[in-house]
Design a protein around this ligand. Structure first.
Ligand code: PEP
Ligand code: MG
Length: 587
């Protein structure tokens, strides 16, 4: 934090979605403990009771499951502590009081429950009885779980604020971002997060200026204060002076002119100066993002993150609903390809509908293909929907988080079963739908030659590949400095994958955020990458970068980079060529 002028205070974070936003802020301190309270109408009470009942059932099921796991691991005696937790979810006094207050207070059920549970535990803690005092801890523990279950399903109050504002929060989940009111949210700023967190990725797709990694900014700022958010440089400026506002007015004008010039590239090809065509596609999260794909001149969709269909809803999307959603997107981008990635739930993307449980290391846990192979019904419904879409559009399937050949083969077996099922029921489907593997786990990159014999293409997910290779959680801003795409090990892995793909006559793309980093485009081209899939808003700039270089100079760059031993040295080499060829884009 630096004070530059009287009244003005600057907070430095990491700019993850470019643009300038001005306005007043709305501060949300901690999305778990800060339970929002909002009014409801009498007609909504039944719905709130329904949500409460579902949350109690879900909480009970979670406690029973934990009890069983503990009993298996360390014995029935220790698992007995959960009996007291079960008593809390069945406690009539507590439940009846919540139902009564819902009718009288007409407020959302999580705030009513939180209030009743904390009054209840406060009363018990005052009684001089060791047994009852122990129950206070049980109530607090279970209450947290019930609130969390309620929040998993409830629309968050801050997501539907009616006034335009800049949202400042401790953390914003990808599902929050997916459902926020884009008209009212002018910008986002968070204490936590990094460039490759899905919230940052979503903000770029939605074109909302955003800054993450501001550490403790929510402790310092208050709702209603005026700020200027500079997403280009990661600066949040409290009470900007007239001078600052003038400076940013100029910057916006310059950026506007630049964007206008880039729109002229929409109909041009992403071909290098020496004639190599690089497929430049876009990543999307929500079906609505498809508008921006052709508007920005992308050649189809290289990554459709379909798990966003699952977030923030109370029912699972059926095969039919998925088919409809995919079909609309496929028709919109045809004749260009639509690469549909099967659900990548887990990590920072937790569906309200599915009980994935709490995990200590969610990014290394029950995620993506692992989760789908354990829920074959969910997986099959999606695969059938994709195969059916493939009959009406240029659709390809891609599996996320493949770690090795056996896992890939298991997924392919399920896919073959889906084809048989569709054939039996007389549905039309794309029998020859191409299948690709995402390469985002180091074991898959190292064994790429083996995987290459069983798929039609590779798409490298550098966000995960880097986090797993350097062992730095992509959500954790304290280790964000280790997330270096130019790390010599990453360069070697990328080369291994690209060489394995080409030796087996496959094409290979990159759909992680590295593909949209202008400085690194020459490095990827020099490695032989055939496709770059980036956030739609980045397409025009990446296209300019591709058009400005020759493959031979990019190959020369890679040859030199492979001889260097630090990320900084490789980055310096990349920066040099990017500066020489399209320096104006980097400023
Ligand atoms: C990646 O890991 O690079 C990727 C594209 O997938 P996601 O960011 O959704 O994990
Ligand atoms: Mg990934």
């Amino acid at each position: 934090m630096t004070g530059d002028a009287p009244g003005e205070v600057r907070f430095q974070g990491v700019g993850v979605s470019s643009g300038i936003a001005r306005g007043t802020i709305h501060v949300v301190r901690d999305d778990l403990d800060d339970v929002p309270r909002y009014g409801i109408s009498a007609a909504q009470v039944t719905n709130e009771i329904g949500r409460f009942e579902t949350a109690l059932i879900q909480t009970r099921a979670q406690i029973l499951k934990m009890q069983q796991q503990i009993a298996e691991a360390i014995g029935a005696k220790d698992a007995g502590i959960f009996d007291a937790h079960l008593l809390v979810v069945e406690d009539r006094t507590l439940i009846d009081e919540v139902l009564r207050k819902l009718e009288t207070d007409l407020c959302n059920v999580e705030s009513v429950f939180q209030e009743v549970a904390s009054n209840y535990s406060e009363t018990l803690s005052k009684i001089d009885d060791p047994y009852l005092r122990e129950r206070v801890l049980d109530i607090q523990d279970v209450a947290k779980r019930v609130v969390r279950n309620l929040q998993g399903k409830a629309p968050k109050a801050f997501l539907s604020l009616a006034e335009p504002h800049i949202l400042v929060a401790h953390n914003i989940t990808p599902s929050d971002t997916a459902t926020m009111n884009r008209e009212q949210v002018l910008g986002l700023a968070t204490d936590l997060g990094s460039r490759t967190s899905h919230t940052a990725i979503m903000a770029r797709s939605l074109n909302i200026p955003a800054i993450v990694g501001l550490h403790d900014v929510t402790e310092v700022l208050e709702t209603g204060q005026p700020v200027l958010l500079d997403g280009y440089n990661g600066l949040l400026i409290l009470r900007p002076t007239p001078d600052t506002l003038w400076h940013y007015g100029e910057l916006e004008q310059r950026k506007g002119q630049e964007a206008e010039q880039l729109t002229g590239l929409r109909e041009t090809k992403s071909t290098t100066r020496d004639g190599r065509h690089i497929v430049l596609s876009a990543n999307i999260e929500l079906p609505g993002d498809v508008e921006a794909v052709s508007r920005n001149g992308a050649e189809g969709i290289g990554l459709y993150r379909t798990e966003f269909l699952y977030l923030n809803r109370t029912t699972l999307p059926s095969e039919e609903e998925q088919y409809e959603a995919y079909r609309k997107v496929a028709e919109r981008v045809a004749p260009h390809p639509l690469i549909i990635r099967t659900f990548d739930l887990g990590g920072d993307k937790i569906a309200g509908t599915l009980d994935q449980g709490d995990e200590l290391n969610p990014f290394m846990g029950w995620r993506a293909i692992r989760f789908c192979l354990a829920h074959v019904d969910i997986f099959k419904a999606q695969l059938r929907a994709i195969l059916r879409t493939s009959a009406v559009g240029n659709v390809k399937i891609m599996f996320p988080m493949i770690s090795g050949l056996e896992e890939l083969r298991r997924a392919l077996v399920v896919l073959a079963e889906c084809k048989e099922e569709l054939a039996r029921s007389g549905e039309s489907y794309g029998a020859e739908t191409e299948v690709g593997a995402m390469i985002e786990v180091p074991s898959a990159a190292i064994a790429a030659d083996m995987l290459a014999r069983e798929v039609d293409f590779f798409s490298i997910g550098t966000n995960d590949l880097i986090q797993y290779t350097v062992a730095a959680d992509r959500m954790n801003e304290r280790v964000a400095h280790l997330h270096e795409p130019t790390h010599p090990s990453i360069l070697r892995l990328l080369k291994t994958v690209s060489d394995a793909a080409h030796a087996n006559k496959l094409w290979v793309g990159v759909c992680g955020e590295m593909a949209g980093d202008l400085t690194l485009v020459p490095l990827l081209l020099g490695l032989g990458i055939d496709e770059l899939s980036v956030s739609a808003t980045l397409v025009p700039r990446v296209k300019r970068a591709v058009q400005s270089v020759t493959i031979s100079e990019c190959e020369q760059l890679v040859a030199e980079a492979l001889g260097l031993d630090t990320a900084a040295a490789i980055l310096a080499l990349c920066t040099q060529i990017a500066q020489n060829r399209y320096g104006d884009l980097l400023s």
